[in-house]
Design a protein around this ligand. Structure first.
Ligand code: ACM
Ligand code: ZN
Length: 758
């Protein structure tokens, strides 16, 4: 059979290599123009690299190092005006944020011009992404003109080296990852309960003692014991300088974090006199929030921290110093005569104002040295330090409040940019929990809608946070940051109007190959199964809807739990009875992801529910209030599961409309008890019924619980069988966390993920 003429013509075009090569750059550039007549500039070991301006050596070295590592050769660098080759230069571009550049690939020349040296460097980053993703291929760069500039000035990535310690070589690699994404801040979290990681010459015990712990919890908190192995490490000041200089050559600013007044166990172990009780303390071996904090009533604590900062600040040219401020329990201050004396002497209202005093006193000192403090959003409590920049992590609220008070803010909400969260519900390694897909990170908008245009200017950018409780090695860190870092880079760099998930998704396929070139590990969860649960239209049970996160994925399922057969999934499951449903995602006929979900169906499942007291912003559960009647209980356990709805302080009060009057005899609540994380069982639950949803009659209270092995429990309220259409369930919050417990004095959390009416 003869080929139709147009197919023949197409194949000729293929042979002639005239097809316009796909430009696949992350973050997406502002303007990409490809000429109608395609062609390529070929880079070889003979191509000269010409620096037309001074100060461009960093860009030349980065390009050469990359070419050598990935493709095996370097280019000769020249400042003589030779024709042809790759030219680096400056051109004015009048963009308010440093980093604008122009990249032109033509037949005889590849030209990169930056608004400044940073811009040239970013032009080089784009060039690297025009190179083939196959090793050994000829380095053909497609003709293109790219004009590009950053959207936000602060494009950050954080790393916690306290929970786990990472060698200098990896920290440098991590900075490369930042630079390869045109990001520009490395927030280095250097001190923690589990380890103090920066050498301080005046206080050598900080690292000699505080840099090491005598063991580490095994598995997910609260864990299955302790490995009993001494673990630790620290960076010398010489190494810190080396890393800061390395970062500067990549236009990455390093911001150190020295935590205070909380997360101080390691420092207190080294110097017990800095705590309220005088110790003894220990470098912590488990995760969590600890009561061992710096004493706020002791002037020598402030002298100590000032001495520490006097050594830290000169190592970091950044105008910022991060002083933490998050998760500081007030328990030890409440029982400390010195702290109470400080409260009295300064007319402070309570321990929250004492924390504010602490931060403001340190701010004054740091401002005196010409630097600005950054603190986590808890520094808003008890009064914000006058010049502080706020990092909003517990949702966006802190950032909004700070911007409204005319403070600069960095957005880093757990919901979207905590890169320690699971990327898939089918995570097979232990993570802290949560569920933040690459698509969710991609969807993040750093400027909250609540801000006016003037307030929005205070949002300098956003940052991904990487807390390393469950990242023992560098390969796991890479697995957690990739590909979400690539998504975040586009949030921070690309014009808002150009952000497009379908477009990003295509480029991400190429980026996966680039991770391969870099030798970086990454999560394959992009090829994942996404499940959602909605009420069934007929009011009977729920709909279980499966989607592939990738267009390339085909969903199949076994018709029964025992079946080894797989059939294609075509339509949502209507779940009306207790069931376990499995599904598998096939890409190119190979399984890449699977999911099992158990449903426990009862009279409340899928019914209309209203909840009187809103949950905490960051604990809305999986699908909001409906999650309480979606037939699903968290199986993983622990606070990390996104099934939980959480209230800190308030009771839960929910009303379920059973649709019609039904006979009922008990109500079960699926709840969590994890006191180390401030989550307590309710004091009791009480059930009311009503025929009209207005007048209520109590059926009784219950507080008996049956515990499960993952910190979850079922609390049952039994009552005499009755008939009702409306059921109200009130779960009484535990109240104030008792003395001696983590978080003592604070309001306890109440976690519920399912209400079953039987
Ligand atoms: C934080 O995640 N504790 C800032
Ligand atoms: Zn004290």
């Amino acid at each position: 059979m003869r080929k139709p003429a147009f197919l023949f013509a197409l194949s000729l075009i293929g042979i002639a290599h005239c097809v316009i090569a796909q430009v696949s750059i992350i973050p997406r550039p502002a303007v990409v123009e490809q000429p109608k007549v395609a062609g390529q500039f070929v880079i070889s070991a003979q191509t000269p690299l010409v620096l037309e301006g001074s100060g461009l050596e960093n860009s030349a070295s980065f390009l050469n190092d990359y070419l050598e590592q990935v493709y095996g050769f370097r280019l000769a660098v020249s400042s003589k005006p030779v024709r042809g080759g790759i030219h680096l230069n400056y051109e004015r571009m009048d963009h308010p944020i440093a980093g604008a550049y122009l990249l032109q690939v033509k037949k005889d020349q590849l030209y990169i011009a930056g608004d400044n040296a940073t811009g040239v460097f970013y032009g080089v980053q784009s060039l690297l992404q025009l190179l083939p993703v196959e090793k050994g291929a000829s380095l053909k760069v497609p003709f293109v003109v790219i004009k590009d500039y950053p959207r936000f000035q602060y494009r950050g990535l954080h790393l916690d080296v306290g929970r786990h310690f990472f060698p200098v070589a990896f920290v440098k690699r991590y900075i490369d990852y930042i630079a390869l994404h045109k990001m520009n801040v490395f927030h280095w979290h250097l001190t923690e309960d589990q380890g103090w990681r920066i050498e301080i010459k005046k206080y050598p015990k900080l690292t000699e003692v505080g840099g090491y712990r005598n063991g580490t919890i095994i598995g997910r908190y609260p864990g299955k014991g302790n490995d009993g192995e001494r673990y630790g490490g620290f960076y010398t000041q010489a190494e810190v300088k080396e890393i800061v200089a390395y970062a500067a050559r990549r236009y990455v600013e390093v911001i150190p974090e020295i935590e205070m007044p909380g997360h101080a166990s390691a420092a207190l172990t080294a110097y017990p006199a800095l705590g309220c009780t005088g110790g003894p303390y220990k470098v912590q071996e488990t995760w969590g929030v600890f009561n061992d904090v710096f004493c706020a009533g002791n002037d020598s604590v402030f002298n100590f921290l000032q001495d520490v900062l006097d050594e830290v600040m000169p190592l970091f040219p950044s105008k910022y110093v991060h002083i933490g401020g998050d998760e500081c329990p007030k328990e030890s201050w409440k029982h400390c005569a010195k702290c109470q004396q400080r409260i009295k002497a300064h007319g402070l209202k309570d321990e929250h104002e004492l924390q504010s005093y602490f931060i403001q006193r340190m701010e004054k000192y740091i401002n005196g040295k010409g630097k600005t403090i950054i603190g986590w959003d808890e520094i808003l409590e008890g009064g914000l330090a006058p010049n502080a920049l706020v990092m909003s992590w517990r949702g966006e609220k802190g950032g909004i409040e700070a911007a409204q008070q005319n403070h600069d803010v960095i957005m880093t909400p757990g919901s979207h940019v905590y890169l320690d969260h699971s990327q898939t519900k089918n995570e097979d390694s232990v993570t802290i929990g949560g569920y933040t897909t690459v698509q969710k990170t991609y969807s993040y908008e750093p400027v909250p809608a609540a801000l006016t245009a003037a307030q929005a200017k205070h949002v300098l950018g956003a940052q991904g946070n990487v807390w390393t409780e469950y990242m023992k090695n560098t390969s796991k860190v890479e697995y957690m940051i990739f590909p979400r870092l690539s998504a975040l880079s586009e949030v921070l760099w690309s014009p808002k109007a150009l952000r497009s998930w379908p477009d990003f998704e295509k480029r991400l396929q190429v980026q996966f190959k680039r991770y391969g070139l870099w030798g970086a590990n990454y999560s394959r969860a992009f090829f994942d199964l996404k499940a959602s649960i909605t009420p069934a239209k007929d009011g009977d049970g729920v709909m279980y809807i499966l989607e592939s996160t990738s267009p390339a994925g085909k969903i199949h399922y076994p018709p029964s739990v025992e079946s080894s057969l797989l059939v294609p999934y075509t339509t949502p499951f209507h779940v009306r009875s207790n069931k376990r449903i499995g599904a598998v995602l096939l890409v190119d006929d190979k399984p890449v992801s699977s999911l099992w979900q158990t449903f426990i169906i009862n009279k409340a499942t899928g019914k209309a529910i209203t909840v009187a007291t809103p949950t905490a912003e960051n604990r809305r559960g999986n699908g909001g209030n409906f999650g309480l009647v979606n037939g699903v209980r968290t199986e993983k356990g622990g606070i990390g599961s996104e099934e939980w709805l959480g209230w800190q302080g308030p009771d839960m009060e929910a009303v379920i409309d059973l649709g019609k009057a039904q006979s009922i005899s008990s109500v079960d609540l699926h709840v969590l008890e994890q006191t180390a994380s401030w989550v307590y069982l309710p004091q009791y639950a009480e059930v009311f019924t009503s025929a009209d949803g207005k007048t209520w009659k109590s059926l009784g209270k219950g507080s008996d619980v049956v515990k499960e092995d993952n910190n979850a429990a079922v609390l049952t309220v039994p009552f005499s069988p009755t008939t009702a259409r409306y059921v109200k369930v009130v779960a009484k919050n535990y109240g104030t966390i008792p003395a001696g417990q983590p978080g003592a004095g604070s309001a306890a959390w109440l976690f519920v993920d399912e209400i079953a009416v039987n």
